[in-house]
Design a binder for this molecule. Structure first.
Ligand SMILES: O=C(O)CCC(=O)C(=O)O
Ligand SMILES: [Fe+2]
Length: 243
């Protein structure tokens, strides 16, 4: 991971860690990474701000903002009822297309890539001290693949098995621009982020510090996204401005 001796110049091969779990290093160009990093700053500004979710009373060290559906531990909602009650931003069209390209890249054309229709994105921000414990992504009703994109600092991503948090697992580095897809027999594998290496983001990736990870998912919730609506006018208390 250190670039002191130029080990960043050693090509990192694409690899299938387990059936259905594919790592594609350097999938996004620097230009794409920096464009997505700009979007991240827009999403983080709201209407639902970047926040640490609380799991069983403990605040996560990672901060998250969601698109399409809002994830709060154990459920997806349209409104961020655990934050400020606002509706999350819609899932961008370009992201759905990017998800299809990612699935085609990982599994090949014709393996359901064109039908892949992610309807939520969880956008996580890690500072150098943040980590994510071993968990399964299982709040989705659908078992369609999860597409993960990384920007900024390199991390250690631990990818395990579907039986439990323990071994066997494998630690790999996810660097800026990397794609990781897990679906099929690996869809419910436990995984987590054990470490983020500060100051390892490549120049030009659009993030000066920290790491952003975006996971695209299919919630399997069948409620169609309703058209954007204005909030009902409500009696305003004294001193409350218009919002
Ligand atoms: O940051 C990562 O690479 C993984 C994120 C993750 O597992 C999640 O958001 O559920
Ligand atoms: Fe996860």
């Amino acid at each position: 991971m250190s670039t002191l001796f130029g080990d960043d110049l050693i090509p990192r091969p694409r690899r299938e860690l387990a059936p259905g779990a594919v790592h594609v290093p350097g999938w996004l160009t620097l230009e794409q990474q920096s464009w997505i990093a700009d979007r991240f700053r827009e999403w983080a500004a709201g209407p639902v701000p970047l926040r640490s979710a609380s799991v069983r009373g403990h605040e996560m060290s990672v901060k998250t903002v969601c698109l399409g559906w809002h994830w709060q531990p154990y459920q997806y909602t349209r409104e961020a009822t655990d934050v400020n009650g606002q509706r999350v931003l819609p899932m961008p069209e370009w992201m759905v297309r990017l998800g299809r390209l990612a699935v085609a890249e990982a599994y090949g054309q014709g393996l359901g890539a064109s039908a892949y229709a992610p309807d939520t994105a969880l956008v996580n921000y890690y500072d150098a001290a943040a980590h994510m414990g071993m968990h399964q992504d299982r709040d989705e009703l659908s078992r369609q693949p999860v597409v993960s994109l990384s920007l900024g600092d390199t991390c250690i991503f631990r990818f395990g098995n579907a039986e439990g948090r323990g071994r066997p697992y494998e630690d790999i580095e996810l660097a800026s621009g990397d794609l990781f897809v897990f679906g099929g027999p690996s869809r419910l594998a436990y995984h987590g982020v054990t470490k983020v290496f500060a100051n390892t983001a490549p120049p030009g990736c659009g993030l000066a510090e920290g790491r952003v990870n975006i996971t695209l998912r299919v919630t399997g919730m069948d409620e169609p996204e309703p058209p954007a609506r204005r909030p009902e006018p409500r009696a305003q208390g004294k001193g409350q401005g218009d919002r």
